[in-house]
Design a protein around this ligand. Structure first.
Ligand code: PEP
Ligand code: MN
Length: 263
């Protein structure tokens, strides 16, 4: 169902009046994790001030260590909903448990399925059954074919509102947290009719690489870019090395606009 051979025209994902996949790149910014109302609202204000509409933030955090901050859970989703309404933004947040989907759809606009859950088939089916857009991230060690099949699981349930997100894969290279597979973008665009975004934060794990990789993503035809922004990354409860502060966010956004030819 996701194959270009089945449907030649691009699928456009619609959320709160915004479109992803219509040829104009979209941008998703926000903190790695929802930490407090004040923290999310501060980022939302920066996003809104740039005329942007899409906000991310994790309420359920899939952490490598069980002793690291696990997210605020439902309280985090409630914070996102309050901020989304106050700043007129669409929110994207990761759901890790199929049993949470029904409740989560009342609070968020896009269900994110994280890299670690790309082949959690029960979660994919539950997301497919929910009538909400899904942002599906590529697994840490998933081939493009496995990634496409994961999207197929969602669409097989009748939900075609899927955004594919390349977020880097695990290789022997240690200079970056993951290796951004930039060629996955044009391959996914050719093989499927779905919008494709690139998460530059988790691909690189390096703040200094966010801008060049975002430009690369746009140059190869990505439908958008995701990156993490935090009011004070040094004290962030997760991903402190790679989130942008507000000054870096301003610089990033100005450079991206210049790159896209917006003046
Ligand atoms: C995230 O976007 O918050 C995240 C955990 O990313 P990934 O699943 O790609 O590691
Ligand atoms: Mn993160």
């Amino acid at each position: 169902l996701v194959s270009r051979k089945k449907k030649s025209e691009d699928t456009i994902v619609e959320l709160r009046g915004e479109q992803i996949g219509n040829g104009k790149p979209q941008f998703i910014f926000g903190p790695c994790a929802v930490e407090s109302y004040e923290q999310v609202a501060a980022v939302a204000q920066q996003v809104q001030a740039k005329g942007l509409k899409l906000l991310r933030g994790g309420a359920y955090k899939p952490r490598t260590s069980p002793y690291d901050f696990q997210g605020l859970g439902l309280e985090g989703l409630q914070i996102l909903k309050r901020v989304a309404d106050e700043y007129d933004l669409a929110v994207i947040s990761e759901i890790v448990n199929p049993a949470h989907i029904e409740e989560a759809v009342d609070y968020i606009d896009v269900i994110q399925i994280g890299a670690r859950n790309m082949q959690n088939f029960e979660l994919l089916k539950a997301a497919g059954a929910a009538k909400k857009p899904v942002l599906l991230k590529r697994g840490l060690a998933a081939t493009i074919d496995e990634f496409i099949n994961a999207a197929e699981y969602i669409m097989a349930q009748g939900n075609d509102q899927i955004i594919l997100c390349e977020r880097g894969i695990r290789t022997y290279e240690k200079a970056t947290r993951n290796t951004l597979d930039i060629s996955a973008v044009p391959i996914l665009k050719q093989e499927t009719h779905l919008p494709v975004m690139v998460d530059v934060t988790h691909s690189t794990g390096r703040r200094d690489l966010l801008l060049p990789t975002a430009k690369a993503a746009l140059a190869v035809g990505a439908d958008g870019v995701m990156a993490e922004v935090h009011p004070d990354p040094a004290v962030a409860l997760s991903d402190s090395a790679q989130q942008m502060n507000f000054e870096q966010f301003d610089h990033f956004w100005a450079a991206i606009q210049e790159f896209m030819g917006v003046h």
